[in-house]
Design a protein around this ligand. Structure first.
Ligand SMILES: Nc1nc2c(ncn2[C@@H]2O[C@H](COP(=O)(O)O[C@H]3[C@@H](O)[C@H](n4cnc5c(=O)[nH]c(N)nc54)O[C@@H]3COP(=O)(O)O)[C@@H](O)[C@H]2O)c(=O)[nH]1
Length: 939
């Protein structure tokens, strides 16, 4: 039920309900504990009451016995007693004392224990104070009485004894009253018995007093005095009043039968002999004519009083029984409540743990339910996201397929189109779901790749690459065809292929294609046993045309030449351009060398003609070298080289010549090969060295500079001209290293000369165009100057005009950096390269060097003289130094001096000299000045 009840609640409700139950259980437990505590308190109080009640009984008994002691002692003190009787009577009195004291001490002990238990009970403590007074009063009275009775001296009137003992009894009564007041809240049930007992006690007490007083008068045979009578009357009235009270009790309902019996007996006892004796004593007391002795009276009265005391004892018994009953009841209650608490605690604990367990189980269950609900919600949300993603993916995928420029088509086994995207429909010109008839597609079974002609967007035909893959469509075998439009790629590929194998300017076969065609031709010629003729054609003085008339004219000329060449040969023959103005022709199926001569003559005749380009009339001649397969060589490269060699010989023989290769021509070729290999080792073997040619100031007649010229002396070839080995160094890629070596060598030497106190002069070093192109020149120059410590102004670099004009902008940049370092720049071979004056102005040049070819024919060649004069004038107008090289004659010197050219260089003054000779010359000039040099003297 609880489970079902809680199950309907929320988590918070569980907590509230559980908390409520626990609180209720705790409240009940608290209530039970409090009740138990109260019961225990009651039990404790009832136990105390029982003890107090016992103490009261003991005190009552003690007082009653004391009353007897009082009476018997009074009798001994009052009358004459036979000495033989004194001992017996005293023994009786001592016994009474002992009994009374035992009872009293017991009561005191009980009261003391109660004081310890209830120290805060001050009434109880006050009651105990009477004890000491009682004891002292009693001890002193007894002592005096004993002495008096035993005749040991002292007087002790009986009245004093009576008063002392009565006071003792009164104190005991007070003590009793204090005990009763302090400890005993008389329960309703015992109330009557308490009252009866008090009455009985008063009855017995006053009866006792009456007994004692009458006994004293009997023993002394004295009449009652007025005061005694008064006292006796008081006693009598108290006795009678309480007898009346007690008698009336008999008519009360609910009185214990034992008490009624005791009252009955008491009534009998006091109504008989005792009543008669009293009556007579009262009657005779005025005259002292007593009919009974004192002892008799004491015995009769004591018997009656004992019956009264019996009533008191019965009351005490009943009271004690009731108190004990109450005590038992209270203890039973305590036990009951304790048991209840234990049982309740267990019950509550069980209930709480059951509720807790149930609540916990429910909370767990609820949590699980919530978790699973949350999980379900998450799963649903995830599923929704997934579905959305799936939908998006489907749409994306569809867009991807439908918008894809790649054609996609699915064909069934009967080549029926099951699906096609728009790109495929355009490419294949497909009707939707139509049959595909393109054989190149359908013939490929289930996988493969093919190229096919397709429609392009602009209704043009293009090329598509088809990838065919086996697949399944709706569970049926089918093939997926992907069509990639590769039209553009193919076009570009073809263009690249064409560019890779053709000359960009003329469209002729380039070196690669020409060699390939030659390879193929060789194979065919071998099969057919025919001849192949190879022509190597070079346009004479093309460089001059190109440089003078401009590249556009040069290019146009090359195109015209290539057109003519193509016209001269059959379509199966190949015309190629090797680069620059060099053309090659491959003629197949030649049956005899004579046939080749005819073709070659025809080509030369056709090409050697006048061309008009951009208004320029150009008279062209070509030099042609030929060789024949297989008689001259069978190898492709070798055949081309032989034709080239033959062409070189044709050029050397004078322009416009044709030379067929002859074996001796190969020697030049072989020499070149050998040079190449030896040059590789030349640097290591220190076969290079530098010569210095002085440069002279015509005015001061002093050496004002020198040109460093590289020399190579090979062990096999001897001295080789730089004209021959420098191009080879350039070809084999060593020029940069060797050029740097020359730079370092010259700077080191120049620095050394300066250190030897020779006149400091700038020395010029020739630069290959390749050194400029390689772009490490500035770094090389800088590091060499740093290394050698030569001041930069003593280094001059010579760059040929041709090299400079090939890429003036790039050169300008490099030259500016060099000039910034402080290095001087001169333009070598000036006048041969057709410099643009505008560039010349911009370039950071220091000097123009008039080419030897112009100086050489002075004074015979008017035009050379004009050019030389113009160059000198140009230099002057541009504020540049001008030096003329190749000066060999005095006429040339005079001419130059007249034109204002101060600086000259040439064999007239000195050949290029080895280091030591140049050093001597320099030193001699320093010492001898002008006169020391004969040549100078001639000036
Ligand atoms: N890149 C480099 N080129 C260099 C270097 N050393 C030389 N060369 C170039 O080699 C070419 C040939 O030089 P060379 O054989 O040394 O001839 C020089 C002179 O000996 C020669 N000359 C000088 N005076 C006269 C003369 O009165 N008559 C005459 N017939 N010849 C003479 O001229 C050459 C110097 O010419 P140029 O350089 O134009 O000033 C030559 O082109 C050198 O440049 C090198 O280290 N690196």
């Amino acid at each position: 039920m609880l489970y079902r009840f809680l199950k309907k609640r929320t988590n918070d409700s569980y907590r509230i309900i559980t908390a409520t139950i626990v609180l209720m259980a705790l409240a009940l437990l608290f209530f039970a504990i409090q009740s138990t505590w109260r019961a225990w308190d009651d039990f404790y109080a009832s136990a105390a009451r029982a003890e107090a009640s016992q103490a009261v009984v003991q005190l009552m008994d003690a007082s009653n016995i004391r009353a007897k002691e009082r009476g018997y002692t009074l009798a001994l003190l009052s009358g004459p007693v036979a000495p033989s009787d004194i001992g017996q009577k005293l023994e009786h009195i001592y016994a009474l004392r002992q009994q009374g004291d035992i009872k009293f001490d017991r009561a005191v002990l009980l009261a003391s224990q109660l004081v310890k238990k209830f120290p805060e009970n001050f009434i109880l403590r006050m009651g105990l104070q009477h004890v000491e007074e009682v004891s002292e009063l009693k001890r002193s009275a007894r002592e005096r009485a004993d002495k008096r009775i035993l005749g040991e001296g002292g007087s002790f009137p009986p009245g004093e004894w009576f008063d002392s003992l009565t006071e003792t009894i009164n104190h005991e009564q007070h003590f009793r009253n204090f005990l009763s007041t302090a400890m005993i809240e008389a329960p309703v049930k015992n109330g009557a018995y308490w009252t009866i007992r008090n009455w009985v006690w008063l009855l017995s007490e006053y009866a006792g007093r009456e007994r004692a007083l009458l006994a004293r008068h009997i023993l002394t045979q004295a009449p009652l005095t007025e005061s005694s009578r008064y006292e006796l009357n008081q006693f009598h009235s108290v006795v009678e009043e309480h007898i009346g009270h007690i008698r009336r009790i008999r008519h009360e309902a609910g009185i214990d039968k034992r008490l009624l019996d005791a009252i009955e007996q008491m009534d009998k006892a006091i109504s008989g002999e005792y009543a008669v004796a009293r009556q007579e004593l009262y009657a005779n007391s005025l005259t002292a004519s007593y009919t009974i002795t004192g002892d008799q009276w004491l015995a009769i009265a004591t018997q009656a009083i004992d019956s009264i005391l019996n009533v008191s004892q019965v009351c005490s018994l009943i009271i004690e029984e009731n108190v004990a009953q109450e005590k038992h009841f209270k203890s039973a209650m305590v036990i009951l409540f304790s048991l209840m608490i234990i049982v309740f605690v267990f019950m509550v604990k069980g209930a709480i743990s059951r509720v807790t367990e149930t609540t916990r189980a429910l909370i767990e269950e609820k949590k699980k339910a919530e978790l699973s609900a949350n999980k379900l919600e998450e799963e649903i949300a995830e599923r929704n996201v997934l579905e959305k993603n799936l939908l998006n993916a489907q749409q994306n995928f569809l867009s991807l397929v439908m918008l894809n420029p790649t054609g996609m088509i699915i064909l069934d086994t009967n080549d029926r189109c099951l699906f096609s995207n728009p790109a495929a429909q355009v490419m294949l010109d497909l009707e939707e779901d139509g049959v595909v008839t393109n054989k190149r597609l359908t013939s490929v079974p289930y996988s493969g790749r093919t190229e096919l002609d397709v429609h392009c967007e602009a209704n043009l035909w293009g090329i598509a690459e088809a990838h065919i893959t086996e697949t399944s469509w709706n569970g049926y075998p089918s093939k997926l065809i992907l069509l990639h439009d590769i039209t553009t790629r193919k076009t570009v590929e073809n263009e690249i292929k064409h560019m890779a194998y053709h000359d960009g300017l003329t469209g002729l076969a380039n070196r690669t294609l020409f060699k390939d065609r030659l390879d193929q031709a060789i194979k065919r010629a071998k099969r057919k046993e025919t001849l192949i003729v190879i022509l190597f054609i070079d346009i004479d003085k093309f460089k001059v045309i190109n440089d003078s008339l401009g590249h556009a004219v040069g290019d146009e000329l090359l195109c015209k030449v290539s057109g003519k060449l193509l016209c001269c040969v059959r379509t199966d023959d190949t015309v190629g351009r090797m680069g620059g103005d060099e053309f090659t022709v491959l003629i197949e199926d030649v049956t005899s060398p004579q046939d080749a001569d005819v073709i070659v003559e025809k080509i030369q005749r056709e090409l050697t003609t006048t061309y008009v380009i951009n208004g320029h009339v150009i008279h062209l001649s070509v030099s042609i070298g030929t060789c024949i397969f297989p008689q001259d060589a069978t190898d492709t490269d070798r055949l081309i080289q032989l034709a080239d060699t033959a062409m070189f010989h044709a050029k050397e023989s004078g322009r416009g010549e044709v030379r067929a290769f002859r074996p001796e021509m190969g020697e030049r070729f072989n020499r070149r090969l050998r040079l190449e290999s030896r040059l590789h080792r030349a640097a290591d073997k220190k076969e290079f060295f530098v010569y210095y040619q002085p440069q002279v100031d015509l005015v001061t007649k002093r050496i004002i500079g020198a040109e460093a010229l590289l020399r190579w002396e090979d062990q096999e070839f001897g001295m080789i001209s730089p004209v021959e080995f420098i191009p080879v160094l350039e070809d084999i890629g060593l020029i940069s290293n060797v050029g740097k070596w020359v730079l370092e060598e010259v700077c080191t030497q120049n620095k050394l000369w300066q250190e030897r106190n020779l006149t400091p002069i700038p020395i010029s070093v020739n630069l290959s165009p390749l050194q400029i192109v390689l772009q490490t020149l500035e770094e090389d120059v800088y590091s060499v100057l740093q290394k050698t410590g030569l001041e930069s102004k003593y280094l001059e670099l010579e760059i040929t005009e041709t090299a400079l004009m090939k890429s003036p902008e790039a050169c300008a940049l490099i030259l500016q950096q060099l000039v910034a370092m402080g290095v001087r720049i001169s333009i070598d071979d000036f006048g041969t390269g057709y410099s643009s004056l505008s560039y010349l102005k911009k370039l950071p040049i220091t000097k123009l060097k008039v080419d030897r070819s112009f100086v050489m024919e002075i004074p015979d060649n008017i035009s050379d003289m004009s050019i030389t004069t113009a160059i000198i004038g140009l230099g002057q107008s541009l504020n540049l130094d001008v030096i003329a090289e190749g000066v060999e004659t005095l006429e040339q010197i005079n001419f130059l001096r007249e034109r204002g050219c101060r600086e000259v260089q040439g064999f007239y003054f000195s050949q290029p000299l080895p280091v030591h000779q140049f050093e001597e010359l320099l030193r001699a000039q320093s010492v001898m000045h002008v006169e020391g040099n004969q040549r100078f003297a001639l000036l």
